[in-house]
Ligand binder design. Structure first.
Ligand SMILES: [Zn+2]
Length: 364
């Protein structure tokens, strides 16, 4: 098989999406014959495995960017929805949020070790996608139904003082992670974007730390192999979602908004987690080495949009301090479920009872 066979427009527009939020714009252009698309994807991945990575030629002009005449100010000229009333990102004013206590979020497959992880530079951002089935999924919280993982990607700025898309009290963070999920009942991202509750994005902010975050070393290493636009690599080490996320997944803001890249579809239930992920400067700097067709991607965040008549909800976990008191960093069972346990957990009571009885028996 020659590389030329692989570089078909159908495939490239499927698997190397042009829209950073989200593969969505590109997915809308996909050949309707899913079987052929998957077959082509399979062949492509087979080549990946042999050569480690492959450079895919740029097949289309970038039709949006972050500067000049293709910058955010002009997106609405071509994509009407970018001028909608419920756009993202927004500034979240914590004095105006509505506090709520939503049901627990169920994170399924987040602590799985995933060994088939693809890292791609799509000319706008870096995308992380997984091949393993079933994909991780989320439900609960403000979500009605189950949402299936599609991809994750990042937004950053020219330096460490700004770069996130959403802001908290007008505070910008140096980088932001978006984990994109589509509603399971809609079967695909392509179908999901036709519904107002089609997608959910779990958003995480980053802040600076003096120390490197070890779980990010594999990602930043992979970035070195995808600096050129439309290149991809398979990560050499297994990958776990939970390892790259903050510990507290219970406090978050949630609101209805849009994709933050064209076509800006207003189909996203946003969850912005309050606790940032801490990265070293060098780890954030590695993202700024990525290139688009116009040179280095120095920034790729959309400016904040009017909040309009929307309400931002703030999920407060009433037992927050209980959970943190029992957090044990050496606990091998570390996972989202562990965080749900409080002091009244039945297994803890059983252990205490056992110790109590042992002491009584010993004294006897
Ligand atoms: Zn995004």
């Amino acid at each position: 098989m020659q590389f030329g066979e692989v570089h078909q427009v159908t495939f490239a527009s499927t698997y190397v999406p042009m829209g950073s939020d989200k593969a969505i714009f590109a997915v809308q252009n996909v050949n309707d014959n899913d079987q052929i698309t998957r077959y082509q994807m399979g062949r492509y991945i087979a080549i990946w495995r042999i050569f480690g990575f492959i450079i895919v030629p740029e097949l289309a002009c970038e039709d949006f960017g972050y500067d000049g005449v293709i910058g955010p100010t002009y997106w609405g000229d071509k994509y009407q929805e970018c001028r909608g009333k419920h756009q993202s990102p927004i500034n979240i004013n914590v004095l105006r949020v509505k506090q709520v206590a939503l049901p627990d979020i169920n994170f399924v497959g987040f602590d799985d070790s995933i060994d088939d992880v693809h890292v791609s530079n799509n000319g706008h951002t870096v995308l992380i996608e997984v091949e393993n089935e079933p994909h991780p999924r989320v439900s609960g919280g403000p979500l009605d139904g189950t949402y299936v993982f599609s991809q994750m990607h990042f937004h950053w700025g020219d330096n460490d003082t700004f770069g996130s898309e959403d802001k908290i009290n007008h505070r910008s963070f140096p980088m932001e992670l978006h984990m994109v999920f589509y509603k399971e009942e809609y079967k695909s991202v392509k179908q999901a974007v036709k519904h107002s509750d089609g997608l959910t994005v779990l958003a995480f902010f980053y802040e600076l730390d003096r120390h490197k975050h070890p779980a990010y070393d594999d990602i930043t290493s992979a970035l070195g192999n995808v600096t050129e636009p439309h290149t991809s690599i398979v990560m050499s080490q297994p990958f776990s979602f939970l390892n790259i996320l903050p510990l507290d997944l219970r406090r978050y803001f949630t609101y209805r908004g849009s994709l933050t890249t064209p076509p800006c579809s207003e189909v996203v239930i946003w969850l912005d987690f309050e606790q940032p992920i801490r990265l070293a400067h060098d780890q954030i700097e590695a993202f700024r080495e990525l290139r688009s067709g116009n040179g280095k991607i120095k920034h790729n965040f959309r400016p904040i949009q009017p909040i309009g008549d929307r309400v931002v909800f703030y999920n407060v976990d009433n037992n927050y301090f209980n959970y943190n008191e029992i957090d044990d960093p050496d606990d091998a069972t570390r996972g989202p479920n562990r965080r749900k346990k409080g002091h009244n957990d039945s297994s803890t009571l059983k252990v205490n009872l056992y110790i109590f009885l042992s002491i009584i028996i010993t004294m006897w």
